[in-house]
Design a protein around this ligand. Sequence first.
Ligand code: 1PW
Length: 206
Amino acid sequence: AMANVESDKTLRKIADAFKELAATVNSQTVDMEVAPFSRACSFVSPLFGCLGIAFKFAEMDYVAKVDDLAEASKSIVTLNAILDRDIEGNCVRKAGSHTRNLLRVKRGLDMVRVLFEQILATEGDSLRDPASKAYAQVFAPHHGWAIRKAVAAGMYALPTRAQLMKKLNEDEASARIQMQSYIAASSPVILYIDKLFLSRELGIDW
Ligand code: 1PW
């Protein structure tokens, strides 16, 4: 396969960006800002592209929503303010709202987290089980029949583990380090976003 030159250090960029976000969360002194958050999320996009043609739709949906948050960052400073403005405008659940897009993007981050956990816990060359488990845990409960069927079909077009490593320009050992680092760093970030919703009684299961 052709080397993925543009995303030479995809995993490292993802891990480093989320380590910085996690440091902000763990400091408990400042609100998370939209700009660094959307920037970190944009580093995850090439990963979807590495998962095969079938995940082109997932990538497109994710990229559009991250772009929306990047656009929002020009006029709204913090994630807190995104939710408060949509509550005020009575458009939290409205299609395309920043708050709704934030919830979808958070799910993308969570799915990648579970995918990495599953990849690290699995021995074989197939990514089908790790990807299926990640999808089943994070997205499937929120998707209708048609999307679930399309994703299930896409599982047959996933690259192998070796192909993925090659596309990411990683070997098993280096990938393991970066994946572990993303798993550790993304967890507090994901919990932080859940709390933004739950503390306002907006729910996260929609
Ligand atoms: C990494 C292992 C492979 C798992 C693949 C996961 C793919 C999941 C995303 C597929 C979504 C593509 C179709 C778009 C669905 C939208 O309807 C939905 N978006 C999401 C991210 O669930 C809701 O978007 P909306 O209505 O708020 O614009």
